[in-house]
Design a protein around this ligand. Structure first.
Ligand code: SF4
Ligand code: SF4
Length: 123
């Protein structure tokens, strides 16, 4: 299974990953609040956290909405069951955000801009 490995010791807190993620998903938008990766600070250590996969809560996919030409499920059960639920949601709609590896085939932009090597794509 594809995933992004995080090496916290290497993160410099530059937050380029947050910016490129929002730009990747919403045209002309550099906004960490719309990113699927967030960098948190505890003491002098930075903790990048990627949105999803969430818990095993059943996805009912009852409804969907379109944002920027993409369809999103808006039932939010996954977010309700996710310990990170206040973090990763569309600020305007509350729709949960989840890392999609920047498309298929995966092309993780956050990994590309992470010059410190804190993020590594592994399959
Ligand atoms: S781009 Fe890499 S080094 Fe910069 S904040 Fe993100 S994970 Fe950390
Ligand atoms: S792989 Fe893409 S969608 Fe996932 S956190 Fe990185 S930039 Fe965002």
């Amino acid at each position: 299974m594809a995933r992004i490995k995080i090496d916290y010791d290497k993160c410099t807190g530059c937050r380029l990953c947050e910016l490129i993620c929002s730009l990747q998903h919403i045209e002309n938008t550099f906004n960490p609040k719309r990113s699927r990766i967030g960098v948190f600070i505890e003491g002098d250590t930075f903790f990048p956290v990627i949105a999803g996969p969430y818990t095993d809560a059943e996805c009912t996919a009852k409804t969907s909405v379109s944002i920027g030409g993409k369809e999103y499920d808006s039932c939010v059960l996954c977010r309700a069951s996710c310990p990170a639920k206040p973090i990763f949601k569309e600020p305007d709609t509350g729709i949960p955000l989840k890392c999609d590896f920047c498309g298929q085939p995966p092309d993780p932009q956050c990994v590309k801009v992470c010059l410190s090597g804190a993020l590594t794509f592994v399959e």
